[in-house]
Design a protein around this ligand. Structure first.
Ligand code: UDP
Length: 236
C-alpha cells in the first residue's frame, strides 16, 4: 500500500546532466524514467515538474546581456525540452506519460489545466507539467509548489542529490545531522534551505508537506511513496 497516492515530483534540470556539464544525459534520463515507472507500478499517481538549469537559467542570462524577462522565457522553454525528453524516455519504457505545457504550444504538448492533469493522473498517466508557472521571476520550485496544490497532491517530493535537510552543510561540517522531520516554522527560523522562499511559503500556507530526498539512489522514490522514512519530511 502506498502512503501517498498522488505526488508531485520535482526534479532539477541540473540533475539531468549527470556527469556532463550541460544538457541531458540519457543515462540519467532513463534512470529517472525507471524510478518513476516503478512508483507508478506501486499504484502512485505521479505528476512531475522538471527544471531547466541544465540548459538555461534566466538570471544567468542577465550577465550575458539578456533582458531578465527574455532570459526567464528561455529558461521556461528549457523546462519544456527536458519534459519532452522525460516523456519520451517514459514512453520507451512502456510507462504512459503526457506533457502539459503552461504556455500554449500545441502540438508539442496540450495546454495545462489542473482538471486535465488530474484526469491524466486518475487514468494512471504520468503528467509532466512543463513550462514552469509561465511567468518570469519564478522558478520551477515555485511551479512545483503551485501545481502540487492545484492538483491536490498529498506531498511534494523534492528529488535532489542529498539525502535530506541537515543542521549544517554535511560536506563542510562533519557534525551535521539530518532531520528526519521538521516543521515549516522550524526550518524557516533556522534558515534551512528547503526550496526557495516563494515555494516554501506556498507549501506551508496550503498545507502541502515536502519530502527532500536523494533521487539518485535507486528505489528511493518508491520507498518514499511507500512511507519509508527516507530524506527529510517538512510539514506544518
Ligand atoms: N523559470 C521562470 N518561471 C517559472 C519557472 C522557471 O521564469 O515559473 C525560468 C527561470 O529563468 C529559471 C529557469 O526557467 O532559471 C529554469 O528553471 P529552474 O532554475 O527552476 O531550474 P532548475 O534549477 O530546477 O534546473
Amino acid at each position: 500500500m502506498v502512503k501517498y497516492k498522488r505526488v508531485l515530483l520535482k526534479l532539477s534540470g541540473e540533475s539531468l546532466q549527470g556527469e556532463q556539464n550541460y544538457g541531458i544525459s540519457t543515462e540519467m534520463l532513463n534512470a529517472y524514467a525507471q524510478e518513476i515507472g516503478a512508483a507508478v507500478k506501486e499504484g502512485a499517481q505521479v505528476a512531475v515538474v522538471i527544471g531547466g538549469g541544465n540548459i538555461f537559467r534566466g538570471l544567468a542570462g542577465t550577465s550575458k546581456g539578456f533582458d531578465r524577462v527574455k532570459g526567464d522565457q528561455m529558461g521556461m522553454l528549457a523546462t519544456i525540452i527536458n519534459s519532452l525528453a522525460l516523456e519520451s524516455a517514459l514512453t520507451n519504457q512502456g510507462v504512459k506519460a503526457k506533457v502539459l505545457t503552461s504556455i500554449r504550444m500545441e502540438p508539442i504538448g496540450e495546454y495545462y489545466s489542473a482538471h486535465k492533469a488530474r484526469e491524466l493522473l486518475n487514468e494512471g498517466v504520468v503528467a509532466i507539467l512543463a513550462g514552469g508557472t509561465s511567468n518570469p521571476f519564478f522558478t520551477t520550485d515555485t511551479a512545483s509548489a503551485l501545481r502540487g496544490v492545484e492538483i491536490e497532491a498529498e506531498v511534494l517530493l523534492k528529488g535532489t542529490r542529498v539525502d535530506g535537510i541537515y543542521t549544517a552543510d554535511p560536506e563542510k561540517d562533519p557534525t551535521a545531522v539530518r532531520f528526519e522531520e521538521i516543521t515549516f516554522h522550524e526550518a524557516y527560523s533556522k534558515q534551512l534551505k528547503v526550496m526557495d522562499l516563494t515555494a516554501f511559503t506556498m507549501c506551508s500556507e496550503n498545507n502541502l508537506p515536502i519530502v527532500v530526498f536523494d533521487m539518485n539512489k535507486p528505489k528511493n522514490l518508491t520507498k518514499v511513496i511507500l512511507g519509508e522514512k527516507i530524506g527529510t519530511l517538512v510539514k506544518n
